[in-house]
Every structure is written in structure tokens, then in C-alpha cells.
Design a protein. Structure first.
Length: 280
């Protein structure tokens, strides 16, 4: 999709909200940045920031979603400036996340009907966050017109975008909240980077070492990050993701498994046996 920059000048009478998400590595942690701006009848901008704590293991897309969710919740909270909300003709939320803007209508109309599965089978990632976003958006729209718009990021020269970006990075530097998706992750042995789709789904047997395990509650399925340990495999050393209904595989354990044959929905079809237990 091609994008045209939405206006980044807060509209008179509107409550404008500039949000951003940040994800830092070593260790992985995320943060959110939120700046509110109200323009009064005289054209004066009334800005105020909302610092928030960071999140352990937060990815960039999760943080972009969480920034919008947090803003929506704060607007509806008891401590928010109700005088400005009542005066505002509408609420405009600006995000530089194409991921959020591109998928918003799917999250409202399509994914819930498919039980949060994409067409073709694979689970929708970050489904719980999407559910939270839609729920808060619907609640606020009962009392106020709300629009979520794409705008260029902090490099656009807009001071409010820059402020949200800075707040997000400050938030990520001080993570205190637990990870958003229940799960565990351990250090991989392979020097390869994790890459989705790097292992072909050929119905083959593979020896894999589990690196991470997350439970996707809305779809009731497990997502495993694994590295291929079979020396004769063309995918030896590759690090990828696969889904499974088997909740019994643990990080740092090595298993002999059979993969499925659907590249669009990679799955561990069957766990054959456990080769080695945890090295920790």
C-alpha cells in the first residue's frame, strides 16, 4: 500500500494524540510514547505528555499496538482532562505504524469472524492486543468520533511525533512490566538470525532444539521458536517459528519431530521423541 502523509498539524477543536512504539534489543524490551495536543479556539496548542513504563520482550509491532491501546484507555480514564474531551469535536490518533493502520479494519470486521485465524490458517499474531484495541476503540466511539490515521514518523519534522518517539525510547529503557504474551525464550546455539519461513515445510523429520515457547490464548495454540539440529538437513542451523497443538515441548530441550507440508502455516505435526532434556 502506498501512503500519503496525513496532516500532522493538530486540527482546531480536535484532541490530537501522537503515539509511537519502540523496541530495543540486548535484552529485548519495548516502550510506548504518547503526546496529547488540544488546540483551543484561539489556535493555541495545549500539549501534554504521558510517560509510561516499558515492557519486557516487547516487539516493535506489539509496542505500536500498545501505544494506541494505552492512549484510548487513558482518554477514558478518570484522571483524564474531561473538560478538554468534552470540548473536543473528535479524537485523532496519529501513528507511524503501517502495521496498525493496514490491519485495523481486519481486526474489527474479519479476524473475529475467523476466530483470529488468517485466511489459509495461520494464527493472527498479537491477537490479544488487537482484541484490546478494538474493544477500547468501540467504547470511545460511543461518546466521541475517533479516527486512527497514519502519519510520517519522527523524521517528518513534526515536534509532536518527535516527542512521542523520544518518550517511547525512554519507556523502553526502563522496562518494569512483564511480557505481553506468556512464554519463555532461551539463548540459541546457532549463529543464524531468526527468520520466518527459512525452514521449508516438506513433511520431513527434523531434530530441533526449542528456543522459545509462547501460548497464543485466543487461538489456543502454541508458537515455538526452534533451531534445526539435524546435520544432514539443508536447513541445519536455521532458526524459525512453527505452531503446534502440543504444549509439552520445552525450551532448551531437543526433540525429533515431523513437520507439516504447508509453508503458509508451518506446524510441528508430531513430536516423535525427546532426544535430550534441558541443558540448564
Amino acid at each position: 500500500m502506498s501512503y500519503k502523509a496525513s496532516p500532522v498539524i493538530p486540527a482546531e477543536g480536535a484532541l490530537s494524540v501522537f503515539v509511537d512504539g519502540s523496541s530495543l534489543s540486548g535484552p529485548r524490551r519495548g516502550g510506548v510514547g504518547i503526546r496529547f495536543v488540544y488546540v483551543d479556539r484561539d489556535g493555541n496548542e495545549i500539549p501534554w505528555d504521558s510517560p509510561k513504563p516499558g515492557v519486557q520482550r516487547g516487539t516493535n509491532n506489539q509496542m505500536e499496538l500498545l501505544a494506541v491501546i494505552t492512549a484510548l484507555k487513558e482518554i477514558q480514564g478518570r484522571r483524564f482532562r474531561t473538560d478538554l474531551l468534552q470540548l473536543a469535536t473528535k479524537v485523532e490518533i496519529y501513528t507511524d505504524s503501517q502495521y496498525v493502520v493496514d490491519n485495523l479494519n481486519r481486526a474489527i470486521f474479519e479476524w473475529p469472524k475467523n476466530k483470529w485465524m488468517k485466511k489459509g490458517g495461520p494464527p493472527v499474531r498479537n491477537a490479544e492486543l488487537w482484541q484490546d484495541l478494538v474493544r477500547e476503540l468501540v467504547r470511545l466511539r460511543r461518546i466521541k468520533r475517533v479516527e486512527i490515521k497514519w502519519a510520517r514518523g519522527h523524521s517528518s519534522g513534526n515536534p509532536h511525533n518527535k516527542a512521542a518517539d523520544a518518550l517511547a525510547k525512554e519507556s523502553a529503557d526502563l522496562p518494569v512490566r512483564p511480557q505481553l504474551v506468556p512464554g519463555t525464550i532461551r539463548r540459541k546455539k546457532s549463529a543464524e538470525l531468526t527468520e520466518r519461513g527459512s525452514v521449508g515445510m516438506l513433511g520431513q523429520r527434523l531434530k530441533i532444539r526449542i528456543v522459545g515457547a509462547d501460548y497464543l490464548k485466543p487461538q489456543k495454540i502454541n508458537e515455538y521458536r526452534y533451531e534445526v539440529m539435524s546435520p544432514r538437513s539443508a536447513y541445519y542451523g536455521k532458526v524459525d517459528f512453527a505452531y503446534s497443538e502440543d504444549a509439552g515441548m520445552r525450551p532448551t530441550h531437543v526433540y525429533l519431530v515431523t513437520m507439516n507440508r504447508d509453508q503458509s502455516y508451518p506446524m510441528i505435526a508430531k513430536r516423535l521423541l525427546e532426544i535430550t532434556k534441558s541443558e540448564e
